[in-house]
Write a protein that binds this ligand. Structure first.
Ligand code: HEC
Ligand code: HEC
Length: 355
């Protein structure tokens, strides 16, 4: 947690005490910050960079066949996920992706991204166009790798370089030279992603002292979430995740985090473990889990209630819960109170409209 969000916690706590209102609950009372000054060093923070990133994010020339953009799998219409269990990938001959597309809301503070954590902070990557190696924050590194695996040097990069409108946008976003490079494209896309901060849900307003912001069901659901459900053992903090890896017993042969670690002991410890997903806007991002195997939030709650589906290497934090029907209903109502979307205008892509 950075300084900014910490200060907010304190403020929220003071407000609650002053009003004698909503309970102040450990870490989960934190509302995520959308203050750009907290972005990592070297991250372009201007509106021009964000605007450029938004265009690149929606540009279908990401892939050689020019028919898939970042937004195809991280769509504003599906909470920046995509509504299917596993998407079809253009760059892999329209085969199914290995895993479910996660939302990209609220990743600004993520110390690591990807279900198996293969993109941690400080990964150093060399761009082929400039020959320069740069160590990046997870979001920037992910955007860099995501384009590289889709053959950016053969397709996206020269196509963007050829568009006069894009070249103007790069000048504004990366003054004075405005170089159209792989790295700058990644920085701009990540800058756009960093603006997708969900922080004004009914839950946030409730925690800030507005007692009427959440329904009675959602308030009872919050109590289950923090109490009998034990959800905060992992889904804690401003984004309702501990950013750690756990095996919660999803029915799957995917080794997850285990496959990414080196020693036999680590592999064993993390076999079938995945990064705890943040729960902001979770009502919009069905289906759920790393493989999209659970279709609804009701299904997720049933899954936890029975203590998962697989015993192999199961986290000791996962136990049957014995929830009543009302408690299950309330928990789902609480998860629905985590919805707040950011309005983003889908841009007209330079050079595509005219075709
Ligand atoms: C064909 C669908 C598809 C496209 C296109 C796509 N993604 Fe993804 N994205 C995924 C999937 C699937 C994952 C999860 C993979 C994993 O963790 O193993 C993912 C993971 C991510 C993550 C990590 C999220 C987290 O919480 O761990 C980010 C950030 C992201 N994508 C951004 C992008 C950007 C930026 C682009 C465009 C440059 C892009 N994606 C293009 C499907 C896609
Ligand atoms: C031991 C840690 C842990 C506990 C306790 C836990 N979760 Fe999770 N949760 C995870 C992990 C890890 C995943 C992803 C697992 C996977 O895909 O295999 C997950 C996935 C989810 C998802 C799916 C999100 C998505 O975007 O796909 C929801 C919803 C969820 N949990 C809600 C809850 C609720 C509600 C509780 C309490 C009843 C709870 N979790 C308890 C760690 C935990």
């Amino acid at each position: 947690m950075n300084f900014q969000t910490r200060r907010k916690t304190v403020l929220a706590a003071l407000v609650c005490v002053a009003l004698g209102a909503a309970p102040v609950l450990a870490d989960s009372s934190v509302t995520p910050s959308n203050d750009r000054s907290t972005w990592p060093e070297g991250t372009p923070r201007s509106d021009a960079a964000v605007d450029l990133g938004r265009h690149l994010f929606f540009d279908p020339r990401l892939v050689l066949s020019e028919d898939q953009s970042c937004a195809s799998c991280h769509s504003p219409h599906a909470g920046y996920a995509d509504g299917v269990a596993r998407d079809l990938t253009a760059h892999k001959k329209w085969k199914r992706a290995k895993r479910n597309s996660p939302t990209i809301y609220n990743l600004t503070d993520a110390p690591v991204v990807h279900w198996d954590g293969r993109t941690p902070a400080g990964q150093c990557l060399t761009a082929k166009d400039t020959g320069v190696e740069t160590c990046l924050a997870p979001l920037e590194a992910q955007a860099f790798k995501s384009m590289r695996s889709r053959k950016i040097y053969e397709g996206f990069l020269p196509k963007v370089q050829a568009e006069p409108t894009y070249r103007e946008m790069f000048k504004k976003a990366f003054p004075p030279n405005g170089e159209v490079t792989h790295l700058n494209m990644a920085l701009a896309i990540a800058a756009f992603e960093r603006t997708l901060v969900s922080n004004d849900s009914a839950y946030d307003r409730y925690m800030a002292g507005d007692r009427s912001a959440m329904s009675i069901e959602a308030k009872r659901g919050l109590a289950v979430y923090e109490g009998k459900g034990n959800c905060t053992a992992c889904h804690s903090g401003a984004n309702l995740t501990d950013w750690q890896f756990h095996n919660i017993g999803v029915d799957s042969d995917d080794e997850g985090r285990g496959a990414k670690l080196k020693t036999a002991a680590e592999k064993k410890e993390f076999r079938g473990a995945f990064k705890t997903p943040g729960l902001r806007n979770v009502a919009l991002t069905a289906p759920y889990m790393h493989n999209g195997s659970i279709g609804t939030l009701e299904g997720v709650v049933e899954f936890y209630d029975r203590g998962g589906d697989r015993d192999a290497n199961l986290s000791p934090l996962i136990q049957p819960l014995g929830l009543s029907n009302r408690e299950k209903w309330d928990l789902v109502a609480f998860l629905n109170a985590l919805t707040h979307t950011v309005d983003v205008e889908v841009p007209e892509i330079p050079g595509l409209a005219a075709r």
